[in-house]
Design a protein. Structure first.
Length: 146
């Protein structure tokens, strides 16, 4: 039952991202209402990260409007720049709208509000940091050094 509720929540938030990101006032109001009526479970915030990220999970969206697609593509490019060649950390790329079950373990720890979302995860699968929306390579690099 909980998984079905979470999948419904994820689908609703995904729709919210698409409508809000496109600046469609009529859709945005409806999406905001549906997004605020449900809440994702969250763990209590942890103390300042004493552990370093050992990998990154990049969450994009497969089906997206042009503006969301541009944001996801720009976030991926910034991540690639920050990682360098060879990549400093391994990266898993997931799509919120088609791989919600794979995103769930990260979302439960730190809920995302927009895509792209970049989760920095330690060796125990604990999210140590989350960047989301339009981010720069410098911001990503700083998060990797923490």
């Amino acid at each position: 039952m909980m998984k079905k509720q979470l999948a419904t929540l994820i689908a609703g938030v995904t729709l919210s991202f698409a409508t809000i990101a496109c600046n469609d006032p009529s859709s945005a109001a409806a999406a905001e209402t549906s997004a605020t009526t449900a809440s994702a479970p969250q763990l209590a915030p942890s103390s300042p990260a004493a552990t370093k990220a050992t990998r990154i999970v990049f969450v994009g969206q497969k089906e997206a409007c042009n503006c969301t697609r541009r944001a996801v593509d720009a976030g991926w490019a910034a991540l690639e720049t920050a990682l360098g060649k060879p990549a400093k950390l391994p990266v898993a790329r997931l799509e919120l709208d088609t791989e919600a079950a794979k995103v769930e373990p990260y979302w439960v720890q730190k809920a995302l509000n927009e895509v792209p979302a970049i989760y920095f995860v330690d060796a125990n699968d604990v999210v140590v940091e989350l960047l989301q929306g339009e981010v720069t390579a410098e911001q990503i690099g700083a998060a990797m050094r923490r």
